[in-house]
Unconditional design. Structure first.
Length: 569
């Protein structure tokens, strides 16, 4: 900080002080504060947040005014946020103004008064007209704001008129070569609030499916309701040219309770499935990792209490081997895959039940008229998953019980960055008839590619099943430039450093494994979708195990910013 000047404002002697972080890595602000002489109280602040720490915006400013409330204390009276994000054709900007009044100082609150509900919004708040806002507005609109409102209202009158909306719908539904070949053809009905998406030619051809090229068109249907309820239907039909076989998928998803996240999903399929779907990519391309899955299932989820989610599912599967399918073996030599054939086995039926509980204590939220906006909690999320193979039901052959429990949390640590961890343990309680598809696997590390460090290990030398209790820990810390940006040259590059570790104990195999990793990442904007951001990183991984040795490995990774979840994925 430094004193810019001392001046007289409204009869007060005021010091204007400049604030600027000494290091770019510090997650602080830059701007000015006005401090009254002798009393040393804040009168006004104006700060901008560092662009480096803004995952969505390119500019964010905060202005605050303070006043002497009830002749007792200086309190915040006005707050204004100004922000924008660059786009392909300019920028999207906005401003939010908050006024604070009717303070009740030294108020006594009953024990437990402050609960998890931070605020609530009534349904009437979205239907107020201009006369209401004219009465309650704490300060008049500026000339620029009035001009903008008149301009916005004139545009609103045009863009909400039936002729304009019909023209937009006609353009959306117009058949073009780009939609036919590449993008897919939408059919939108505004009156019915629904949309169909028909497949493009390119999306209807799968060159690398099991057995070779397949013709695989898919159709999607979406319908949103004003109540925030939603229906999604996805259907796919697939025909294999080499084996002349027909596969297909059908999924119906309905969000019936937006406030408590209540949903159900019904799905049916005849399709190729992976024995271990989460395996490394080098194993995902092996035919020995696939089988034919004919299945029918239903899933339901609901938040039954604040922070407590219950997910249940029931599935029936008719599993068949793919060993009799014709395949193209010419690619095997290029990929150095020997004996790359599907595993032969006798077909069988399998019935399953699954129960998952997830609980986040003291989960904070905002209540809106038709939905609940979850803010988060200072506590971790505790979860448990129980999966049962049900024998004899629909001639089911499988019979087992699997139980897993764990803890997940993300912790913001101020200037030092953000930490996240996942700790879990699982065990088969019974294994009377446990088939290969139902094994619990630990996946190997991917060659070259850096995996999600909260879910997988980077340097395990092989994929293997575990049948007894295992213990697994993943830890990640994102420094957000706290170290590298202390170096004058490096801070200009906008690099962010991360570090983490992983531990795995599998007593039945006598395996103890540990790894540490570090890397640097940089954020870029997607060239064809400017508001969308992604990170490219380079990493170094070291590991130690009592049964194998891995050299230090260098890896690369790409992650994208998920606006819906408000985090990097």
């Amino acid at each position: 900080t430094r004193l810019v000047k001392t001046e007289i404002l409204e009869g007060r002697k005021v010091h204007r002080i400049s604030v600027k972080p000494g290091k770019l890595s510090n997650a602080t602000v830059e701007g000015e504060i006005l401090v009254e002489d002798s009393s040393w109280v804040l009168l006004h602040t104006q700060f901008t947040l560092p662009v480096y720490h803004l995952p969505e915006y390119d500019y964010f400013e905060i202005e605050q005014d303070y006043g002497f409330v009830n002749k007792q204390a200086w309190m915040l009276t006005r707050q204004q946020f100004t922000y924008f994000s660059k786009t392909n054709k300019g920028k999207k900007s906005g401003s939010t103004l908050l006024a604070y009044r009717d303070y009740e100082l030294q108020k006594q609150f009953a024990p437990g008064y402050f609960g998890p509900e931070i605020s609530s919004v009534s349904a009437e708040a979205y239907n107020r007209d201009s006369s209401f806002w004219s009465d309650v507005r704490t300060e008049p609109l500026t000339v620029k704001e009035l001009r903008f409102i008149r301009y916005r209202d004139s545009i609103h009158n045009v863009v909400t008129s039936k002729p304009y909306l019909d023209s937009i719908d006609a353009r959306t539904n117009k058949v073009t070569w780009n939609k036919i070949v590449y993008a897919g053809q939408p059919i939108f009905s505004r009156e019915k609030e629904r949309m169909w998406m028909l497949p493009s030619l390119l999306s209807s051809i799968s060159l690398f499916g099991f057995g070779g090229t397949r013709i695989s068109p898919s159709v999607m249907y979406l319908k949103d309701y004003k109540s925030k309820k939603r229906v999604e239907i996805w259907a796919n039909l697939s025909y294999g040219l080499r084996n002349k076989d027909v596969n297909g998928n059908l999924s119906f998803h309905r969000l019936y309770n937006p406030f408590n996240r209540g949903y159900y999903n019904i799905h049916a399929q005849r399709d190729f499935a992976y024995i271990f779907e989460g395996d490394a990519w080098i194993n995902m391309i092996k035919r020995s990792n696939q089988y034919l899955d004919n299945s029918l299932g239903i899933t339901h989820g609901l938040e039954i209490a604040n922070g407590l989610f219950v997910h249940t599912s029931f599935d029936i599967a008719f599993r068949r081997s793919l060993s009799n399918y014709k395949t193209n073996d010419r690619l095997d030599s290029l990929l150095d895959l020997s004996n790359n054939q599907a595993i032969p086995f006798e077909g069988y039926n399998a019935s399953y039940g699954k129960l998952e509980l997830r609980y986040t204590p003291f989960q904070r939220y905002i209540r809106e008229p038709r939905q609940k906006v979850i803010i988060g909690s200072d506590w971790p999320t505790f979860y448990t998953v129980y999966r049962k193979g049900i024998p004899d039901l629909f001639r089911s052959k499988v019979s087992f019980d699997y139980l897993e429990f764990g803890i997940q949390q993300t912790i913001k640590l101020g200037l030092t960055g953000v930490s996240s961890y996942t700790l879990k343990s699982g065990d088969f309680l019974s294994q009377r008839d446990l088939r290969l598809v139902d094994y619990k696997f630990q996946r190997r590390g991917d060659p070259l590619l850096f995996l999600n460090p909260n879910e997988a290990f980077q340097s395990l030398d092989s994929t293997f099943p575990v049948f007894r209790r295992f213990y697994e820990l993943h830890f990640l810390h994102e420094f957000n430039g706290a170290i590298l940006n202390k170096v004058p040259f490096l801070k200009k590059l906008g690099l962010r450093e991360i570090a983490g570790a992983g531990l795995l104990s599998v007593p039945e195999r006598g395996l103890r494994y540990a790894e540490i990793f570090t890397g640097v990442e940089r954020v870029f904007k997607a060239p064809f979708n400017i508001p969308q951001k992604f990170k490219i990183g380079a990493y170094v991984v070291g590991s130690a195990a009592n049964q194998f040795k891995n050299p230090v490995q260098f890896k690369i990774g790409i992650t994208t910013w998920d606006k819906r979840r408000n985090k990097w994925l």
